[in-house]
Design a protein around this ligand. Sequence first.
Ligand SMILES: [Zn+2]
Length: 302
Amino acid sequence: MGLFSKKPPCPICGGKIPLILPSKIEGEYICNNCYNKIDMDADKESNLTMQGFREYLAFYDQNQILKGQFVVSERIDFGLWDTKIIFDYQNKLFCMSKNPDKTVFEGRQLKSFTIREDSTPLFEGSAAGIRRYTSTVTERAMAMAPQIAQIAASKRMARTLDRLDDGKVNNSTPVQYFDIPEPFQAFHVELHFDHSYWTVLKCDMDGPRFNNTLPDVNNYLRSYQQSIEEIEKLVAALRMVAFPDAAEQSIGPGMVGMGVLQTNMAPPADAIEEIKKYKALMEDGVISQQEFEAKKKQLLGI
Ligand SMILES: [Zn+2]
């Protein structure tokens, strides 16, 4: 008791310094209540001086007013990605949390944003405009279809042979693991600020994954489409609070919508090749004629 009680009170508020792992600024202990108010770029936090912290607290008090005004008009919840952003369209505010309990940003403090699929740009936004780049993810996933169908077919075949063997399922057939990498791994969102305490906020969101026991391109494309819808919602919300006058511009070959197949053009040469592969699968009895016809229509976009 004697040792600990000698710690001076918090130099900011006079509050009690915690006994265990107290936080320090410039070598001075501060209380948890003060420390918990810190919400800024990690490098700004690590260089924080006591004078800087006092200035930050003035900003924090101002920000409390914005928290009080905040009316949630849009909540973007990336579900499994565990990223939540709330927007207030009326007051043009947003906050990277499910409630306005962290720093509330004013739309005008956002300088620009980028959203990438791995390293490939998908969206770029600033007051100069919102650019939307054509994604090749759908195309690349479709190109994997024959390979994936073959894996599924050989799995089915292995199961059938297994049963024919002695009428019981056994594990004599080696299991084929699906280890083909997805067309991309993650969406990378970056928000760049013109702000005293924030330069950039980054969050990564996993892209869809193939089911590794029963991969299916259509399931993959369905979850990709859902992700794209969330991303579009995010872009529209950022635009609403930060760049309401920005024009939208599509960049990339053709005018192919995100995740939507072309329907008014000649089928590409590789679609024909893929149809041939499916035809061979049908002739081998791996897929039914019905499955083949459905795939053919899908590949031809008819
Ligand atoms: Zn304090």
